[in-house]
Design a protein around this ligand. Structure first.
Ligand code: GLO
Ligand code: MG
Length: 343
């Protein structure tokens, strides 16, 4: 079964270019300006942090948060856009300096859970059932600062509370091995899938594979996708690219390694990604050097690269591939793939 592709990104993917060593270099765009761009860039879906959807939500009551999210839903409808997921942004608050769900401080853990419930309320108001957890600070700067068994229990306990809070919500874990922490507790798809099995409703806990995060873990992103697919848990993806083991680069999809990108498209298409409504999310960042009026090209280029690789995937001589696999002539298989990509 072939895939069906609709593309999404988050408002944070159009950004001002600040990095840890220098300030913003482009003016910021209001959410309304960004929403006006989505369709023009070829995108139909919007991924949201909870406070992208409802700014300043820590100072609003649960009722006010829901009202604002409902207003946003109307705005999305007017633009012909759909929300894809909501992700609680737990890494910026002073109460999550040392993590949220795995913080050593109970008051901080309570805050993280409460904020996650508000994010679920926002998802409901936007008419969607997907909550993404990028577990940014759920890890350690030094090994001795947290108990890793307890951390897993605390993560499970928090996710269980979310599953109980809303009987429809699906929780999608976005694994990443490091950054901002030295070591993250859920670094790979395998960890995320295993964590799901510990939860009270494993069928409602899935995975978001980000290409760069897999590469940072020293893994092939298409293998991470295949692993999640085998468990029916690949509920969204964050496609991008990454030049080796350094800071998380969020480069345009396929811009570093075309073959690695090809294999991601190929496995998605082979297993009918998108047929159950999954989106192709692009978690890409413009280079800091990019001027304002050309600061969305990373998005259009990533989407274009995906579609070109899809054509290449569909035009690969699969019979020849099978024949070479049967003959164990992997040198010729290697050459076939390279010739196809270079043609
Ligand atoms: C950072 C993550 C981040 C998340 C986003 C959604 O490394 O990739 O961009 O995907 O915050 O939770
Ligand atoms: Mg991501």
């Amino acid at each position: 079964m072939e895939g069906i592709y609709r593309f999404s990104f988050g408002p944070w993917n159009i950004h001002e270019g600040a990095d840890p060593f220098g300030p913003a270099v482009r003016r910021s765009m209001k959410l309304s300006e960004k929403l006006d761009l989505y369709k023009k860039l070829g995108f139909d879906g919007v991924q949201f942090h909870d406070d992208d959807a409802v700014p300043d939500m820590n100072n609003l009551s649960p009722g006010q948060i829901i009202d604002q999210a409902k207003q946003l839903r109307n705005i999305l409808d007017d633009h012909g856009l759909a929300a894809e997921f909501v992700a609680p942004r737990l890494w910026e608050d002073e109460r999550t300096i040392d993590g949220g769900y795995t913080s050593n401080d109970k008051a901080c853990r309570d805050y993280a859970l409460d904020r996650s419930k508000r994010a679920i309320d926002i998802a409901n108001a936007l008419g969607i059932d997907l909550l993404v957890l990028w577990l940014a600070r759920e890890g350690t700067y030094i090994r001795e600062s947290k108990d890793s068994k307890l951390a897993v229990e605390r993560l499970t306990g928090s996710i269980n509370q979310m599953l109980l809070y809303d009987s429809k919500i699906r929780i999608c874990i976005e694994p990443k091995p490091n950054e901002p922490m030295d070591h993250a507790f859920i670094p790979t798809a395998g960890h995320a899938v295993a964590l799901a099995q510990l939860c009270i409703d494993p069928d409602r806990v899935g995975v978001n594979i980000e290409s760069a995060h897999a590469i940072l873990a020293g893994l092939d992103p298409s293998d991470e996708m295949g692993f999640a697919l085998a468990f029916n848990k690949l509920w969204t993806v964050h496609l991008n690219d990454q030049n080796g083991l350094k800071f998380d680069q969020d480069k345009s999809f396929a811009s570093v390694d075309i073959r690695r990108a090809f294999n991601q498209v190929r496995i998605l298409d082979k297993y009918g990604y998108g047929n159950k409504g999954e989106w192709v999310g692009l978690d890409v960042k413009a280079m800091r050097s990019q001027k304002f009026d050309v600061s969305t090209k990373h998005l259009t280029n990533s989407r274009k690269n995906f579609l070109k690789l899809l054509e290449l995937s569909r035009s690969l001589d699969e019979e020849k591939v099978e024949e070479l696999i049967a003959g164990r002539d992997y040198e010729e298989l290697d050459n076939l793939i390279l010739s196809h990509l270079l043609a």
